[in-house]
Design a protein. Structure first.
Length: 130
């Protein structure tokens, strides 16, 4: 049995390190929709808006984030260091989206994105056989 309170427990450190790494690299996102719009809420704690890039192409919204760790002070010694620098990217297919309507703002570490929908009329065409 492992003592989970023991800081020198290598197996526990290995497990928690793997667990934290697996979930830290994904942009956790809530997505809602109604008849008019899609609403995305993306967790971005500690990320400045200058380090976020939002792009849109063919009904696909892509969010790229560059998270930089603070520069180390060589005079400081850490007992544990879990904050890391990383690039994260996630794309979402939003069918029938209006590219011109996309709005984004940040509040308390959450990036809010709204994308209006476009009503596309069903097309009907008769195809002749050659």
């Amino acid at each position: 049995m492992y003592d989970l309170t023991n800081k020198n427990n290598d197996l526990f450190d290995c497990f928690t390190g793997l667990f934290n790494d697996a979930f830290a690299k994904e942009l956790k996102t809530n997505i809602k929709e109604d008849e008019k719009s899609y609403y995305l809420e993306v967790e971005t704690p500690g990320v400045a808006k200058e380090n976020i890039n939002i792009s849109f192409n063919d009904d696909t919204l892509t969010i790229k984030i560059k998270k930089n760790e603070e520069k180390e002070n060589k005079e400081e010694t850490y007992l544990r260091k879990e904050r890391v620098s990383m690039d994260m990217e996630r794309s979402f297919y939003l069918e029938n989206s209006n590219e011109d309507s996309i709005k984004a703002h940040m509040d308390s570490g959450i990036l809010y994105i709204t994308v209006d929908k476009v009503k596309k009329e069903p097309s009907k065409r008769v195809i002749s056989i050659d």
